[in-house]
Design a binder for this molecule. Structure first.
Ligand code: OOG
Ligand code: MG
Length: 256
């Protein structure tokens, strides 16, 4: 089994929106660590021209998300500039079976690294917080995978929409911030920030611990998605998706 070849296969599915079989079907011995290597190699392959590495995402940090996909462990993925939506329109035809979930995104002004960091180390490194909608699109058939598979497929990452408004980290209780997710005027999901590891800040701590094992860090200027606050909903053409964060405001995504 060649990790480089598997990474090329994953990168091609991601680039073209092709469905693929689970890597673990033909490679049952694949480990989670090897899956992270495949993730790194496949994303590195896309870092050409304008496409830059812009940060990290945490996934499966809430019970509802873990239950939805049947994987009970937090994972991380890599974000690149090509994933950023510069306007609130999503061309659904580019995806296999896209889903959307409400999140928070933290932007960093300082580096964070090391296995021993705690929340008190994280706050001074945060520049601001954005409201975020994440579009995920597993490249696996039926959106079905094991922990190893989803790690190799970059935690199903597809697109990110950030709020125009940036928030101070200090004036909001991010654990009690509520979001309601509407699809065509109907509320589908609702949740509190505390769904994410009791407090979204713990997701950042967990990320730093996980990537520090690989000698990696959150660097100044990077963004981090903390993980879905609710489970994700499937989206179709002509949907209007609104994530309503109460007094923090709303994020709208038009699916075209
Ligand atoms: C895995 C990606 C999870 C999150 O926020 O939990 C994720 C998946 O659900 O396909 O992005
Ligand atoms: Mg997510």
């Amino acid at each position: 089994m060649k990790l480089v070849q598997l990474a090329k296969h994953v990168a091609e599915s991601q680039r073209n929106g092709y469905e693929m079989d689970k890597l673990t079907l033909s490679n049952p011995e694949l480990t989670v660590n090897q899956a992270y290597e495949i993730q790194k190699l496949s994303i590195n392959e896309t870092l050409t021209g304008d496409n830059k590495f812009i940060g990290w995402k945490m996934g499966l940090t809430s019970k509802v998300k873990q239950q939805q996909v049947g994987v009970e462990e937090a994972i991380y993925g890599r974000l690149t500039s090509a994933m950023e939506l510069n306007n609130p329109y999503l061309k659904v035809g580019e995806f296999i079976h896209p889903r959307v979930e409400p999140e928070f995104a933290f932007l960093f002004k300082g580096e964070l690294k090391g296995a021993n960091i705690t929340a008190k180390d994280v706050w001074p490194a945060v520049e601001c917080v954005f409201l975020a909608l994440e579009v995920i699109d597993s490249r696996y058939k039926n959106f079905s995978f094991t922990l190893t598979d989803v790690v190799a497929d970059n935690a199903s990452s597809a697109k990110i929409l950030l709020s125009n408004q940036a928030f101070s980290p200090y004036h909001t209780d991010w654990a009690l911030a509520e979001v309601m997710l509407f699809q065509n005027g109907e509320m589908q999901k609702k949740g509190l920030g505390e769904a994410v590891l009791d407090h979204p800040i713990h997701s950042i701590v967990e990320l730093v611990k996980m990537i520090s094992r690989e000698g990696l860090s959150i660097q100044a200027g990077m963004i981090v998605l903390v993980g879905g606050i609710t489970d994700a909903i499937s989206i179709q053409a002509n949907d209007e998706i609104i994530a309503d964060y109460g007094k923090l405001g709303k994020l709208t995504l038009h699916v075209i």
